[in-house]
Design a protein around this ligand. Sequence first.
Ligand code: NAI
Length: 480
Amino acid sequence: TRNGIDFAVADLSLHEFGRKEIRLAEHEMPGLMAFRREYSGVYPLKGARISGSLHMTIQTAVLIETLVDLGAEVRWASCNIFSTQDHAAAAVVVGPYGTEEEPKGISCFAWKGETLPEYWWTAEQMLTWPDGKGPNMILDDGGDATLLVHKGVQYEAAGVVPNAEDDDSEEWKIVLETLRNSLAADGKKWTNIASGIRGVTEETTTGVMRLYQLAAAGELLFPAINVNDAVTKSKFDNRYGIRHSLIDGINRGTDVLIGGKVAVVCGYGDVGKGAAESLRGQGGRVIVTEIDPICALQAAMDGYDVQRLEDVLDKADIIITTTGNKDVVMVEHMAQMKHQAIVGNIGHFDNEIDMAGLARYPGIRRNNIKPQVDEWVFPNGRSIIVLSEGRLLNLGNATGHPSFVMSNSFSNQVIAQIELFTKHEEYDNEVYRLPKVLDEKVARIHLEALGGKLTKLTKEQAEYIDVDVEGPFKPEHYRY
Ligand code: NAI
């Protein structure tokens, strides 16, 4: 704690470097800056206490400072152990007007290279407000903050935290341990926190899936807005963001030439489409695997070879998972790969790649090359290179998506936070999407920033296609 702000970052003295990059990023984030102008002096988030769990990058710093500008108090943690940019974390603690000795920013708990126990400690800190009041909003990416609150409430009601559940992973044991300790200290902690929360806004596909599962089971404790499925989020960030940051991660991690190499992309959803384009853009020969015939056909018509992973292991040089599913690349696959094949995941969680199976493989040897790059040597002498221990490599090996695309995503986050904070009484404990007019507003701002000029409908044209001259321009079922 310094100047009343509690925090845990790698090195506060990095704040000046962070501030310089934030200043450059602000220019590249016209959506967020437009909201600062639009709401100047209005403070729609006054009284909001936002607990945020989202990769602590430079772009996220601009989001955080926008929320603060709109009146919110904020506490933050990263949603991944490798994704923090330490200078960004330092800068949000110091804030635009503070100094290292007298920080005036926000409480942030994030550093690059957390252990899993440290990660869940930061999550708990981010949700634990010093005055005991608790957050009244959650901003989540992947759903870990929401999960901690929901599981905490569940175990407090039961009066006991189980030793294990169906998930017997190391990470789950740590979550249970975290909750067991909090139950021992305060049997109502999570119940109190949950009762104060007006809503959660969720950033990504995987977190949204978890929210729909909770809502379907009737277990969702507060309203949720699915930010991911705003068109200006998933059709841009998941796709064009990945197109930029996938090869960035591979390049920084390995510096291997992609041109001419055979790259396999598992999954051809929004992220897979960006991933395949990213690799093909470098001259990679891309193969796609899919379980859904529609996405598989899209891949084929986009000119990719659609195959099964087990059939192409003997020729694949790079294998990337983008499915948001588990058990996609198993140790049996990895054992058959070419020498020095590169294996990486860009989906939200590390369970797409069987890291546990790899570590248990008889006679395997792990040779760390540098942070977030490991060579795993099989007993026959062949090795594979695994990026970011199977965690999302664009944020582990590089710096994630660039500012401009994140400005789209985070504009939707800001709209969703204002909506749930100010109108939570109008919402049930369900999952909602933002109205299309707001999606179109986000697109309009960013199109203008790129110098694009929109054609205007005439009244007659608008009537002919049955839309309003001012939009929305498409029916809800339109797929873009
Ligand atoms: P999506 O649902 O659009 O695409 C996933 C695709 O994988 C689907 O087409 C599905 O049919 C396919 N799939 C599922 N199981 C499969 C299997 N066993 N083999 C082959 N294909 C399979 O989801 P989206 O939006 O593309 O997101 C994917 C993941 O990426 C999620 O975990 C999401 O949270 C994450 N994400 C990561 C980002 C990053 O910066 N690293 C950015 C945005 C999303």
